[in-house]
Design a protein around this ligand. Sequence first.
Ligand SMILES: *[C@@H]1O[C@H](CO)[C@@H](O)[C@H](O)[C@H]1NC(C)=O
Ligand SMILES: [Zn+2]
Length: 370
Amino acid sequence: MKLSYLIPFLVLVGAFPSNPLRTLEIDQGSYIHVKESEKLSLLRRGIRFIDVTSFPLIGKGSKPKDVAIYSYPEHTSQSELMDSIVNHIDKKSMYNDLAHFTSFYTRYYKSESGYQSALWLADRIYNVTYGLPSELVSVEKFEHDGWDQFSIIVSIRGRETPEDIVILGSHQDSMNLILPSLLSAPGADDDGSGTVTNLETLRLYVELLSQGYRPKNTIEFHFYSAEEGGMLGSLDLFTAYVEKQKKVTAMLQQDMTGYVQDPNDEHVGIITDHTTPQLTDFIKLIIDSYLRIPFKESECGYACSDHSSATKNGYPAAFVIESQMSSNNRYVHTTMDTIDRLSLDHMAEHAKIGLGYILELGNWNFEIKK
Ligand SMILES: *[C@@H]1O[C@H](CO)[C@@H](O)[C@H](O)[C@H]1NC(C)=O
Ligand SMILES: [Zn+2]
């Protein structure tokens, strides 16, 4: 459809009465106040933000929380366990999950189909974790005020130090940047790929758990709602974690894991800005030890994905993405972010990052450094 046909419609949408002011943080400590409808035009111009409207304490520009620094392994110690499981990565199953997940018209967090896709994902997770004792594994639908698409928390309770929590995250929502409420957003790469990558990691971890394996620390898989609305779901969740005084010792976000621009230069991107350097170094070790491809460092800017919500709340976080930012998938946020453009082999590499990360940190003794 030509954009000119849409202009009268856009005017109509703009004239809608309920258009409250939102507080957006567009850089550390830098806030703007815009109408809900203007969030979209910011995103179209490539300006990312954290929507802190519902978190007045953060939005007041109070001093940012210091991020807790822990020691992380300098050598891997779980390669035997890793070897025993890594060949079980099932690309066919990943493909089927992604095909189903992208069949929802959009996973926009304010849409009915975005609610339906969350229900499907929760169902899929119930099936994957079925049969494990409830003292060991819990699946929670974490609901948010103001929209229906819930976040999902899968928690595997640690046997020795359950208070130490290691998180693997991704976001389940998608968005079409032209007209999110009208146009489709298959969101295969952003972030269907990360969702399915972490789901496969969970499936393999469940294989180990059902053979009697138990981690020392608690492992959590998070599937966030409303990342595209300005980290709304993850900010809600991590703020609640601080209120409950939960101790998160590491958070790793996987957002976009499927696109390879140049097969002769296949690599993963590791984000070095607005992330926790000590944890990022550990992720590099995981990639060097367990992947067939190297990493390249890259910068992503402020509020790039849900790891921002962790660091904002004082929790250490890292972020891996399919490649350096300059060779990322250009079709995201459009109707063309489809599964046929993605590499399941590349997603499998990202699943190895998730597996290595939870196997190593699941048995690590965390000591605070700062
Ligand atoms: C979960 O398992 C049930 C029973 O096998 C099946 O009917 C259902 O389709 C599955 N749901 C998902 C989302 O995989
Ligand atoms: Zn994303």
